[in-house]
Design a protein around this ligand. Structure first.
Ligand code: SAM
Length: 316
């Protein structure tokens, strides 16, 4: 029998994707708890983390580990051995920026029935709390860390006529805010939602330049969703105004103020000289402007660095 056919041997098997809290352990639905209690096995991205949740709710169902590295090899056997598998990831809705979507695809391919329970996910409260228009929005997940794909995604956010939510780690937040300010323009409204539903939940709202400076001065901790407003003049832009994408690029060149914000933020991270200039060019700033900004901002601790014979930024 073909195991991938919908009427294959696993047609009576069920995979339930179960959302779990993104912070507060009480944020779990009655149906999610009933599923975790009644299923044959709970497959988890991290069994130790999920054990804490199950213990809190007095659930003794056995746990097996299925993470991004083991789904392809181990999931077929787990789904074949157990008639009802519940899947939980580290937090939130399985399938949203985690391995849940891969498992769902694999199970569908094996002819397993798949259900996804509604529940917590981080970008929804972040969008609502941002105060930005959310009748239409895009979810970008994590941006690529560098290169052409990152630049393309930043450009798409800059031109977008609706609000965008994206996930970011605390260590990369200042770099991403600076890149967003450079791509979208320093005045683009945005919000940074941290530690949602946890004890130290905060939401900072302001322009990308202001947020960039805030978090360059006091680095963020915890888990973060960044929300970016629509391009100026787009149908979802609450501010109205001229129809320039992001307000930052006129005639294809980067606005100097946006470049200044980016250069300041990158310099605050310790970049200077050639590295700073390269980072500015990578963000889409033309060579001459990047050179000038690197000269102006690329002083280590305000002092002139040792000369670097290969460095033509004027910094060494
Ligand atoms: N599946 C999850 C969901 O439904 O939101 C997302 C998993 S992804 C691996 C983890 C990222 O989600 C974090 O890096 C952060 O960007 C965001 N996140 C998760 N919990 C959060 C929280 N309590 N507050 C803010 N952001 C959170």
């Amino acid at each position: 029998m073909n195991p991938t056919a919908p009427d294959g041997p696993l047609r009576d098997h069920l995979l339930t994707l179960v959302p779990t809290p993104i912070g507060h352990l009480d944020d779990i639905t009655l149906r999610a708890l009933a599923t975790l209690r009644s299923c044959d096995v709970v497959a988890a991205e991290d069994t130790r983390r999920s054990r804490v949740l199950l213990d809190r709710h007095g659930i003794a169902t056995p746990l097996v580990r299925l993470d991004a590295h083991t789904i392809a090899t181990r999931a077929p056997a787990v789904l074949a051995r157990h008639r009802h598998v519940a899947y939980v990831t580290d937090a939130g809705t399985p399938g949203i920026s985690d391995p849940g979507a891969e498992l769902a695809r694999l199970a569908i391919g094996l002819g397993v029935r798949v259900e996804a329970l509604p529940g917590p996910t981080a970008f929804v409260p972040a969008l609502v709390l941002s105060g930005l228009p959310v009748h239409r929005f895009a979810f970008e997940g994590f941006l690529p860390r560098k290169g052409r794909e990152r630049r393309a995604r930043l450009a798409a956010i800059a031109a977008s006529d609706h609000t965008t939510a994206l996930y970011e780690s605390a260590v990369r937040l200042t770099a991403t805010l600076a890149d967003l300010a450079a791509a979208c323009g320093p005045e683009r409204p945005a919000a940074v939602a941290r530690e949602l539903s946890k004890r130290f939940e905060t939401v900072e709202r302001g322009s990308l330049a202001a947020l960039s400076e805030t978090f360059a001065a006091v680095p963020a901790r915890g888990e973060i969703v960044v929300v970016v407003g629509a391009a100026t003049g787009g149908p979802d832009d609450a501010r109205g105004g001229a129809a320039l994408p992001g307000g930052a690029r006129e005639g294809g060149t980067l606005d100097l103020e946006a470049g200044e914000a980016l250069a300041r933020a990158r310099a605050a991270e310790g970049l200077w000289g050639r590295e700073l200039r390269a980072a500015l060019e990578e963000a889409g700033i033309d060579r001459d402007t990047a050179y000038r900004l690197a000269v102006r901002h690329g002083r280590r601790g305000g002092s002139r660095p040792e000369p670097d014979p290969e460095d033509d930024t004027g910094d060494g």
